[in-house]
Design a protein around this ligand. Structure first.
Ligand code: SAM
Length: 500
């Protein structure tokens, strides 16, 4: 994805390491089985976009073949039209964008510069931008930072918390006051929490052994204190919780535990094996000092200039909930841009991949994994079709919808049987967007060099990562489709922070 240098930085967007992936079968199998057999292959080439009125500016080489369907010969598949929108986000510095973006690492997030490439082209200040799969909130935060109303939705409470911390942040004064109150309370209560961390005092929720293993006892006392003190419905507390989650673990001295990297939580059995093998002794880290440093970094750009909304729920009814929330705040209630990266075929287990952060925030990692299961049970395209159907009522007539979809060249970590990449963009267009009446403006190809991927760190897994992301750009009217095509050529100002 986007600007991903090979050096491990502890606060970054990353590709999906094997240890964080679901072992479940890919949900796309059922989707693929229908490709090439339906009406798409019978249509004239010019009708691929469901249109044919506007010239397609740039072509792509024909695809080799469809994936064979049992009982059928492989059929040639038309190429989707290319939208000539240069993926200039690739050349941006890694931490390009608002300082809140790297608040907490999150697997499979895209770079803020990618969000800017669409927000700047397809919206004006005051417009509403929606991401129904907001993850750590990249799209809505960047939208808010550019004066748009950013709305994020996610079904994971962790993602919701991270999005809310960024788009509904506290004032600097409220944050300062809350931090001061916490420090005072800590100075009073420290001995009791130290005893609890050292296992000398009972009472309260027992500390899971894998959590105790990760922290120095005095650091653990502070972590337990902050964990029990923060009330996540309060904006200041939520911001502090997200910031602590961001420094909870990482291999550098700025993190509270060095037992695992920052990007995701190693499975507990790996952590135990690592600790046993290396004789790991958690170094003592002072939570309030590290948190103050983190808050200082986060404060660089101030609060985003426009208000945002973080919603918690299923993407399939995100449109209706977004509209109700916008109306409830007397904000414009039609979305001009949707920019989202739906969960990939090779599904990340967002709960277990974040089990230590989930514990800190009081969420159940298993419950997160179970709740996100919905998109894995049914065919992927059927799920996205429901999502796109649910978005229709909230979209402005000239709205642009951009879906970031990976081409994956491996199936659950193994090469596919026929060696062909699995093009999600084709699947989603044919089986989800087109049947819902969307129009296709084109596909943006975002090459992701393997060398830039964090999966490099995982040795043999490096070559199995997504090599290409394709961004399916859709509209709901001819006006929107023309706007999407014309906007591709609009030059974008890449200065950050933007000149006023
Ligand atoms: C690829 S990540 C999105 C990352 C995001 N673009 C970012 O930059 O942080 C996909 C997200 O979809 C969420 N998700 C999975 N199934 C969902 C569903 N049924 N409804 C809403 N969100 C869902 C996951 O929790 C995850 O945060």
């Amino acid at each position: 994805m986007g600007d991903r240098a090979p050096v491990l930085d502890e606060e970054r967007s990353v590709a999906i390491p094997a240890a964080a992936r679901s072992g479940a079968p890919r949900s796309g199998a059922g989707v693929r089985a229908g490709r090439g057999a339906g009406p798409a292959s019978a249509r004239p080439p010019g009708d691929r976009a469901g249109r044919g009125a506007l010239p397609v500016p740039r072509g792509v080489p024909p695809r080799r073949a469809t994936r064979p369907v049992p009982g059928q010969l492989p059929l040639p598949l038309e190429a989707l039209p290319v939208l000539p929108l240069e993926p200039e986000w690739q050349g941006r510095p890694r931490l390009w964008g608002h300082a809140y973006h790297p608040m907490c690492s999150y697997l499979a997030s895209f770079p803020a510069a990618l969000a800017h490439g669409f927000v700047a082209r397809y919206t004006r200040p005051g417009d509403v931008v929606l991401d129904p799969f907001s993850g750590r909130g990249t799209t809505p935060l960047q939208a808010c930072a550019e004066g748009r109303i950013g709305v994020g939705n996610d079904l994971s409470p962790l993602a919701h918390l991270l999005t809310a911390a960024k788009v509904e942040p506290p004032t600097a004064r409220a944050l300062e006051a809350r931090l001061a109150a916490l420090r005072i309370a800590w100075s009073r209560e420290a001995p009791a929490w130290d005893d609890r961390a050292a296992g000398l005092a009972g009472g309260g929720e027992p500390v899971p052994p894998d959590v105790a293993l990760a922290f120095h006892p005095r650091t653990l006392g502070q972590v337990l204190f902050v964990r029990s003190s923060l009330r996540l419905a309060d904006p200041a507390d939520r911001f502090l919780a997200a910031a602590v989650a961001g420094i909870l673990h990482g291999r550098r001295p700025g993190y509270l535990s060095g037992v695992m990297p920052n990007v995701f939580s190693m499975p507990p059995r790996y952590v135990r094996a690592y600790a046993a093998r290396t004789g790991f002794r958690p170094p003592e880290r002072e939570l309030f000092a590290l948190l103050a440093a983190k808050l200082h970094r986060l404060a660089r750009d101030g609060r985003p200039s426009a208000p945002g909304i973080a919603l918690f729920g299923d993407a399939r009814d995100a449109g209706a909930r977004a509209r109700a929330a916008l109306r409830g705040r007397a904000l414009p209630d039609r979305v001009r841009l949707v920019l989202a990266s739906p969960p990939y075929l090779r599904v990340v287990r967002y709960g277990s991949a974040n089990w230590l952060r989930a514990w800190f925030l009081g969420f159940s990692a298993a419950a997160i994994d179970a709740s996100l299961d919905a998109h894995r049970r049914g065919p992927y395209a059927a799920f996205l079709r429901e999502v796109l159907a649910g978005l229709r009522p909230v979209l402005a007539d000239d709205a642009v919808v951009a879906l970031v979809l990976g081409d994956v060249d491996a199936d659950g970590g193994r090469p596919t049987a026929d060696g062909l990449p699995i093009g999600l963009a084709d699947e989603v267009w044919e089986s989800a967007a087109r049947p819902e009446g969307y129009l296709l403006a084109g596909v943006v190809r975002d090459e992701v060099a393997a060398a830039r991927k964090v999966t490099k760190l995982w040795g043999a897994e490096a070559g199995r990562a997504t090599q290409v992301e394709r961004i399916l750009v859709l509209a709901v009217s001819e006006v929107g489709r023309r706007r999407a095509i014309a906007g591709a050529a609009v030059p974008v100002d890449w200065r950050w922070p933007p000149r006023r």
